[in-house]
Structures are given as structure tokens and as C-alpha cells.
Design a protein around this ligand. Structure first.
Ligand SMILES: [Zn+2]
Length: 437
């Protein structure tokens, strides 16, 4: 998530009232040095709000004592944060069944269902995927619609579906707490798409356009980076500090999560593994170059190569079925895709030493055929210590990985988390107790 549209930490422009608003009495008259103290204090408050929110999301029905234990925060801090969440009508209290006779009765806390919605969007040239969830990320509705390579058509269509969803489910638009959009391409930190090879878009202020169409908080980021956040919140990397996510749709996107942080690079463009050259002067790629990984191993590339050899398939599950039935063309195309992917992954292992490699999108559908090849090539090409113990798995989030990434973006935006923080870091430091006076 980027910080576009924010005037300061904890003051997201699109939030009607920041979760982190402090009472006036708590604000200090601020000489220069105290500004920095205030900023740090605000960040710690944000972290604490986020920790308690996610603890309630993952363990509904917890008592304050249990939240204190699971977050590592002291009980006074938990009590203060729960109070803030209650002020925003985000928390329900019910009596907690007693286990024994001793002690005072406890209250079970949970995020309230009526608190609103998040909406996640995968903006893809072929198809839009939209998911709506409750505030605790339970999916309540899904929609699909044709994609468009025309910017304004795509933006209007996304906005139209969000409005239709709200109408159809009788949710007032202002109950949508955030819309997160995963965009395939190089997104900078201000929500501008510098290059979307498979959309054919260059230098498009996509976030600004989406915000102009929707009167709710909107957040946007690269689709695979968004999906990586979803892996840490809802998927297979909840407690994994170092992983690489690779998703194949029309192109191939990747996201690098290291030390509990999503790596963005200088301008935000880090992670374009799909455009690593695997064949000098090879197949043409949507980026304008030749021989890129995604010209061999993306969903589009595999289907094209099958079509050129007289084996037209509608999707990758058909290719997978052909390969399983012994079709030599399907076998050869998937073998080659796995070889190219393995070559690039071996370099990634040597360079970044991840704990886990997660494959998603179309790659999940052909994993049975591609994974053994990838593993063989990685064993051949990566340094032994760098690949020792590394797990290669298929994403649990399936086809909605990017749309759930949109939910993760919206949730982070709602919690006013600055982009350089992530839940992974909170978990890593779960044993520390962070207290704000
Ligand atoms: Zn390329």
C-alpha cells in the first residue's frame, strides 16, 4: 500500500475519522523536537490498534486478557485500544462463559458484523474479479466482469460493480470502509501505474482515477504485492518472514517479502521477475522486450504455445489435464515453462534466501506438472545452502489471491498503517510489549 492521499501519519484523507484520533487533552503543544516524539507515538498507537484488530479478527470471542497474551501488549494498552475500537462501533461485547468459579466474569470481544465492508478488486485485462468481505475479512459476495484495456472503461466498470454490489446486498456505500485494487504492472508509491505491459497502459494515475469515481476510501497497489499481503493476513504465509510469491495470469508478477517486510525498491517497482530474460533474443513479450520469463511461463504464453502447436485450450486446467493424459505437446510446453521458471527461481534463492516460494494464479493449476521440473532445476542451479529446507507450495488463496490482496490493502488503509509496516513485523515482535503512555 502506498501513502498517496495522506496528509500525515494516522490522518488518511479518506477516513471520515481516523481510528487513531486522540483526545485533544492528549495532544502536546509541539516544539520542534516533540514533533518527532509525536510521530513515533502515533506510529506505536497505529501498531497497537492494528495488533488488537488482527487479534480480534483471528480469534473472535477473545477476552482482553487473552488479547493481551496473544499480542504481547499490556492490559491497560489493550483496554485503551478496545475502547477506541468501541468508539468506532467496531467491537461487540458478550458475556464469556465461565470455566471455573474463581475470578471475575470476562467479556468476549469480536469485530462487529455490522461495522461495514471491504471490497477487493483484481483489475485484469481479461477479467475483473471483485470480492466483498465483512470487516473481519469473511467473504460475503463475489463478482466477475469482463476486463478492458481502455483505462476509463475499466475504471468505470470497477466503480459500477462496487455500487451494484452495495445495492444488491443492501449495504450503504458509506459502509464500505475501503476498496483495494490490485493492478498488474509497475505501480509507483503515489498510485501511478508507470507501465502495465499486459494492459497496454503507460503512466496512468490509476489511483486518482479510481478515487474520482468512488466516494469511499480507495487504495491501489501492484497486484502481486497486494496478493503477498493477503498471504500474510489470510493465506499460507501468516507466520513466514521471508517468502517469494509468484503469480501467473496474463503476465507473471512476483513479490518479495523479506524480514517481515514487502520489498518495494526505490520507486516501488521491485519484483518484476516476469521480465527477467531467460532466452537471449527469445519470444516477444508485452513489455516490448524479448525472451522474458513471462513469454514462456505465463498463462497467456502457455496457452499461445499450445495453440500454435494445434492444441488450443481454453485455460490452464485443460493443459494440465492433457499433460496428465500423456499429451506430448502439453508435456513439452509445461516442461519448458518449468525449466525457465526454475532457472529464475534458482537465482532468486541465491540472491534472497527465502524460506518459502508460493506459486499462485494459473501456475497453481499446472503445479502438478511444473513443480517437479522447477524443483529439479533449482536443485541443479541454486547453491545447496540457499535451497536447503526451502518449501515450494501452491497458494491457498486460489483464483481470488489478488482480490483478497485488495482486501488486505483496504484493511491496511483502514488501520492507517504506513506502507513500510506490515503485520509480519508485528508478529515478529510479538514478544515485545509496546506501551504508549
Ligand atoms: Zn517482458
Amino acid at each position: 500500500m502506498h501513502d498517496a492521499g495522506r496528509t500525515g501519519i494516522g490522518a488518511a484523507v479518506y477516513c471520515r475519522r481516523s481510528l487513531l484520533a486522540r483526545p485533544r487533552s492528549a495532544r502536546r503543544s509541539a516544539p520542534a523536537v516533540a514533533d518527532e516524539v509525536d510521530v513515533n507515538t502515533a506510529i506505536i498507537r497505529q501498531l497497537n490498534v492494528s495488533r488488537v484488530f488482527h487479534a480480534l479478527r483471528e480469534h473472535p470471542g477473545s477476552s482482553q486478557r487473552e488479547i493481551a497474551r496473544s499480542t504481547g501488549l499490556d492490559r491497560a494498552t489493550v483496554s485503551a485500544v478496545v475502547g477506541q475500537l468501541e468508539d468506532q462501533n467496531l467491537v461487540d461485547r458478550t458475556p464469556k462463559p465461565r470455566r471455573g468459579r474463581a475470578g471475575r466474569p470476562e467479556t468476549a470481544l469480536r469485530l462487529t458484523e455490522r461495522a461495514g465492508w471491504f471490497v477487493g478488486v483484481r483489475l485484469d485485462p481479461q477479467e475483473l474479479h471483485i470480492v466483498a468481505t465483512t470487516i473481519d475479512a469473511r467473504v460475503v459476495a463475489k463478482r466477475r466482469a469482463p476486463g478492458s484495456s481502455d483505462v476509463s472503461t475499466a475504471v468505470r466498470r470497477v466503480a459500477g460493480i462496487v455500487r451494484e454490489l452495495a445495492d444488491g446486498e443492501q449495504v450503504a456505500l458509506d459502509r464500505i470502509r475501503g476498496v483495494g485494487v490490485g493492478v498488474p504492472g509497475l505501480m509507483d508509491r503515489d498510485g501511478r501505474l508507470a507501465l502495465g505491459p499486459n494492459l497496454g497502459w503507460h503512466d496512468v494515475p490509476i489511483l486518482e482515477l479510481l478515487r474520482a469515481e468512488l466516494p469511499v476510501p480507495v487504495y491501489a497497489d501492484n497486484d502481486t504485492k497486494a496478493a503477498a499481503l493477503a498471504e500474510t493476513l489470510f493465506g499460507s504465509c501468516r507466520n513466514v518472514m521471508d517468502f517469494v510469491l509468484i503469480i501467473a495470469h496474463a503476465g507473471i508478477g512476483s513479490a518479495l517479502y523479506q524480514g517481515g517486510m514487502l520489498q518495494r525498491g526505490w520507486r516501488g517497482y521491485a519484483g518484476e521477475l516476469g521480465h527477467v530474460k531467460v532466452v537471449t533474443g527469445g519470444r516477444a513479450c508485452g513489455c516490448g522486450g524479448h525472451g522474458c520469463l513471462e513469454a514462456y511461463a505465463s498463462e497467456r504464453a502457455i496457452l499461445e504455445r499450445m495453440g500454435h502447436q494445434g492444441r488450443a485450450c481454453a485455460d490452464l486446467s485443460e493443459v494440465a489435464a492433457l499433460a496428465k493424459g500423456g499429451d506430448r505437446t502439453a508435456d513439452a510446453v509445461l516442461e519448458d515453462a518449468g525449466e525457465k521458471l526454475g532457472t529464475v527461481l534458482a537465482t532468486v534463492l541465491n540472491l534472497t534466501n527465502p524460506h518459502r516460494i508460493v506459486l499462485g494464479g494459473g501456475l497453481a493449476q499446472v503445479a502438478e506438472a511444473v513443480l517437479p521440473v522447477v524443483e529439479r532445476v533449482v536443485a541443479r542451479d541454486a547453491l545447496d545452502p540457499a535451497r536447503d529446507g526451502v518449501e515450494v507450495i501452491v497458494s491457498e488463496l486460489g483464483e481470488e489471491a489478488v482480490a483478497m490482496g485488495g482486501i488486505a490493502l483496504a484493511m491496511d488503509g483502514f488501520l492507517s498503517l504506513p506502507s513500510w509496516l506490515s503485520l509480519g513485523q508485528l508478529r515478529k515482535r510479538d514478544t515485545d510489549s509496546v506501551v504508549v503512555p
